[in-house]
Design a protein around this ligand. Structure first.
Ligand code: FES
Length: 152
């Protein structure tokens, strides 16, 4: 935890300790840590002099933030209209079957978290799946089955 808190100091100083950068600060912490533990949010609250409940309000409002631990790799399946029409429900079923977790869940070995999203802005590639920052358009069953071996 001491190491994590050192990083928090670095992130906060990057924004000059300015409370108006709270969302950006939380995004940076989320990116580094993959979730927002209460202890860290308390530190942010003290350092920025922003009430903890205000920080929780923001952390629960935006889907980009997680208040529970996330896996090392985030798999997102788009369920936007264009992807739905192009077979996203079948894609999601295959991902669920392969990773053995449902949307919103994290695998017990903390390797994968699975989420659904509403549109990734690349509808022509649909149905679309993203693993970390890698986009897969119309992934085949084989592409999906290879995910566990490809991502440690
Ligand atoms: S609906 Fe899936 S990328 Fe737009």
């Amino acid at each position: 935890m001491a190491q994590e808190l050192a990083n928090i100091d670095e992130i906060i100083s990057k924004y000059g300790g300015d409370g108006s950068a709270l969302i950006q600060i939380l995004l940076d912490i989320q990116r580094e840590n993959r979730w927002l533990p209460r202890e860290i949010l308390k530190q942010v609250s003290q350092k920025l002099e922003i009430p903890l409940n205000q920080i929780y309000h923001i952390a629960t409002f935006y889907k980009a933030f997680s208040l529970i631990p996330k896996g090392r790799h985030l798999v997102s399946v788009c369920l936007g209209t264009a992807c739905q029409v192009r077979g996203a429900p079948r894609l999601l079923d295959k991902v669920v079957e392969t990773l053995k977790i449902a949307p919103g869940e994290t695998s017990s070995d903390m390797r994968f978290s699975l989420d659904t999203v509403n549109c990734l802005g690349c509808c022509a590639l649909g149905p679309v799946m993203v693993v970390d920052d890698v986009y897969y358009g119309k992934p085949s069953a084989k592409d999906i089955e290879q995910i566990p071996a490809a991502y440690e």
